[in-house]
Design a protein around this ligand. Sequence first.
Ligand SMILES: NC(=O)c1ccc[n+]([C@@H]2O[C@H](COP(=O)([O-])OP(=O)(O)OC[C@H]3O[C@@H](n4cnc5c(N)ncnc54)[C@H](OP(=O)(O)O)[C@@H]3O)[C@@H](O)[C@H]2O)c1
Length: 338
Amino acid sequence: MSYVAAEDRYTKMQYRRSGKSGLLLPSISLGLWQNFGQPDDMNVYRQTLRTAFDNGITHFDLANNYGPPVGEAEINFGKIYKEDFIAYRDEIIIATKAGYYMWPGPYGEWGSKKYLTSSLDQSLKRMGLDYVDVFYHHRPDPNTPLEESMAALDLIVRQGKALYAGISNYPADTAAEAFKILKQLGTPCLIHQPKYSMLDRWVEKKNDAVNKNLLEVVDENGVGCIVFSPLAQGLLTDKYLKGIPADSRVGRKLPNGALTENGLDENVLHKVAALNIIAQQRNQTMAQMAIAWLLKDKRITSVLVGASSSQQLLNSIAAANNIEFSNEELAAIEEILK
Ligand SMILES: NC(=O)c1ccc[n+]([C@@H]2O[C@H](COP(=O)([O-])OP(=O)(O)OC[C@H]3O[C@@H](n4cnc5c(N)ncnc54)[C@H](OP(=O)(O)O)[C@@H]3O)[C@@H](O)[C@H]2O)c1
């Protein structure tokens, strides 16, 4: 049956400005990294995307290599987009990225202008789009001049193939340089996408080269910040506290950087069990508290979650209903995370 979006969708979500740009993003966005490839069910993908949009999630995050296998998430998203969302194109922010390995030879990964421009053309084809809203350089390339990668982003925006430029996984010092170059080129960086969760707090650590941490650098440059793997790929939920569910990311034994059994360290699970008690006292699930803990910082434009079902996504969205933490709660969380 053809899809009609829920009329009240914009009453259910908070929107935050991406840095000093004109663009508002939902405080919770949906990423399509591990849950939209094969061999899972298209109906689940469709239902999850509909649930997202019906609840005010206007932002979908992809990359050339999302699947598995690589490219498949863009293909599946493109099919569902064409059937369900095409009429809503102007209400949706679609992002994609390039940086990781995609095809053999010297032009299939990293940060050359050749790779970035070809990859975006391929992504647009896979998704059946004329343009994406945000195009990211997915990871810094130590062997390509930053000027070249940033010039590629600027070119892509000027060509109208992307509306905004972003960077991902850049440390604070390289990010500061990238922001400067992009500003000089006349295409200010919209957003940075780093990994950030209770279990991975590198964005809070001072980078000696700039004497600041990434959150400070992003903030002082008027750039937004959308954080990925806020649930540490499912570790910051209660799902692994009593073993490994067969349908979980670990249970499904996914390739390409997905959480594996090795990541289920006993010490970490012990911390999650203790955090889960605080979450219960706040009337939140573990996942909700992990998301809320990130949203308490106003420099975070959006928390980019993954979801393997609509139910999970609804649970995550409800995290935004309580993002206040008492000093006692924060201290207790710090004590556990120490
Ligand atoms: N820029 C980058 O380099 C980069 C890298 C990685 C990811 N990302 C982006 O960030 C997005 C999110 O990353 P991620 O998938 O690792 O995020 P995540 O939100 O940390 O983990 C998602 C997983 O957590 C579980 N989950 C989600 N909501 C839950 C809930 N409410 N209750 C219980 N379990 C829940 C599900 O696990 P099960 O599958 O086990 O059910 C789900 O697959 C990606 O899709 C991608 O867009 C970007």
